[in-house]
Design a protein around this ligand. Sequence first.
Ligand SMILES: [Zn+2]
Ligand SMILES: [Zn+2]
Length: 237
Amino acid sequence: MVPPRWAAKAREQILETLFPSHCVGCAERGSWLCTACLGGLRQCAGGFCPGCLRPSTDGRPCFVCAASCPLTQLFAACPYRQGTLVKAVESLKYTGVQALANPLAGLLVAHLEHLRYAAAWSDAFDAVIPIPLHRRRLLARGYQQAALLAAPVAQHFGWPLREDILFRRRATRPQVGLPQRIRQNNVRGAFVVRGAAPRRVLLVDDVVTTASTMRACAKALRDAGSGEVVAVALAHG
Ligand SMILES: [Zn+2]
Ligand SMILES: [Zn+2]
């Protein structure tokens, strides 16, 4: 069971009293990520092949990966290796403060708006799905950072946020530090779809490195009947 929203709000207020917010980039008081540090982050110009992660202007698979890749497109808002962004993503992972998730989700929204303007895609999504954590890890942590990022995105565009479709059926080792081939096996078959699969899905995660997890999710959704699965992450690297 996930703690209710009021519990998260209360926790946030207690945290704010005990540890008043200060920018993770420059330590200025008053917010978790100030507008100057947020505006100073480098952004990704185009997308990535969702199979091999080579740059791809429209985020579609390269000709080598096209036949075997379950993801339709892959995008990330920013390159990950920027001090402020690494600190922000880690703080989000370990504190779960929505006040920190909001400016980061703003980067995702701006990137998606830019992509829509650049005609990378045009149709609405039937579901925005955050990459799920296993129930055990969710219980231990009490929130999941992908959902904290996905909620403001869904709200901004008016697409339904769906956390009741895709589930992690077994706990997997954390992907960080694992070589690509091991990562692929680590998450293969780890996800399951319950109920009707939406036609067009937007998958959301915080950081994409090899996209093995995104592909495993997309495979489960496509096998269950989804037509297109587009993945977007806050950061790549
Ligand atoms: Zn700052
Ligand atoms: Zn490729």
